[in-house]
Ligand binder design. Structure first.
Ligand code: SAM
Length: 282
């Protein structure tokens, strides 16, 4: 058995080329997306979404600072279970939330119905959006931009630019190398009787790879099932400095208007784990 498993595990043990994808169905796999939804809602950690108190601080900062206001049309890209969209709707905004995960969108819609909130949730790939001059603000929260190669990031920036009205605002956050250094490279294995990746017994081999020259980091998870099935999941993380993200935005027709260490308005410092940005369409 081990003799059969070894080649497929070994083939994933060396550093893959930059942004080589793993399993494509990471976000919308029917079992993993259920685990992911639980992680989004879990108030004991910030693994998939930030906790409610922090989200409330962020929404309150963005409205008090005037970047988002009642009456605005807001597009929340990668809205997950609607934790931000619902709060923005309560602040009087007309929100469209887009996410690839059917489980998260179903949850968001059910919550909106229960709370009688008029949020338009759409289950689709945000690379397929075709809006033109439709929104006052586009939001993309919790480092989603970091998961893209430069080419995909630029593609997304162009779609966001097109979706915004003239002078519209693009609000998002990206992680920095400081966060990566603090978290460190993954390097462990464990056996689970059922958990995040699979409902039944499985083995998980976690490994991290650093692509320092590209400011990129890979968290790789090799999942081995009892029946010998081996799958590799990859979470690519491209970190930014204020300089590198500002340059990328400028190339796509945005100008950074304000930067913080978090969307809750913590003042910007060079050594922060996160950079939150409000960039104006010019
Ligand atoms: C880190 S989570 C953040 C969710 C939400 N913004 C929050 O902070 O609560 C990233 C979200 O982006 C979604 N996502 C990833 N790639 C996507 C794509 N290409 N199109 C639409 N949604 C996507 C995932 O399903 C997931 O819900």
């Amino acid at each position: 058995m081990l003799r059969d498993l070894f080649p497929s595990i070994y083939s994933h043990a060396s550093k893959p080329p930059l942004f080589e994808p793993g399993e494509p169905s990471f976000w919308d796999d029917s079992y993993i997306s259920k685990s992911m939804l639980e992680a989004h809602l879990d108030q004991t950690h910030d693994g998939a979404s930030r906790r409610t108190a922090e989200i409330e601080k962020m929404v309150s900062h963005l409205t008090i600072s005037g970047f988002l206001k009642a009456g605005d049309r807001v597009l929340d890209l990668g809205c997950g279970p609607g934790l931000y969209s619902s709060k923005l709707c309560l602040e009087g905004m007309k929100v469209t939330g887009i996410d690839l995960s059917r489980k998260s969108v179903d949850y968001a819609r059910t919550q909106a119905e229960k709370e009688q909130l008029d949020v338009d949730y759409i289950c689709t790939d945000f690379f397929d959006i075709k809006y033109e001059g439709s929104f006052d603000a586009v939001l993309q929260v919790y480092g989603e931009i970091c998961t893209f190669s430069d080419e995909k990031r630029d593609l997304l920036f162009n779609l966001v630019h097109r979706a915004l009205k003239d002078n519209g605002i693009f609000i998002f956050d990206v992680s920095t190398r400081a966060l990566r250094m603090r978290e460190g490279l993954k390097n462990r294995w464990y056996v689970s009787e059922g958990g995040f990746w699979r409902p039944g017994r499985h083995l998980v081999l976690e490994e991290g790879f650093d692509y320092q020259e590209n400011d990129t980091w890979l968290n790789q998870y090799i999942v081995v099932e009892e029946n010998g099935m081996v799958k590799v999941y990859r979470l690519w993380l491209h970190d930014y400095s204020l300089d590198t993200i500002s340059r990328a935005l400028e190339q796509s027709g945005f100008k950074v208007e304000q930067a913080w260490n978090s969307l809750s308005g913590e003042p910007y410092t060079e050594d922060g784990d996160w950079i939150a940005v409000a960039a104006r369409k010019v």
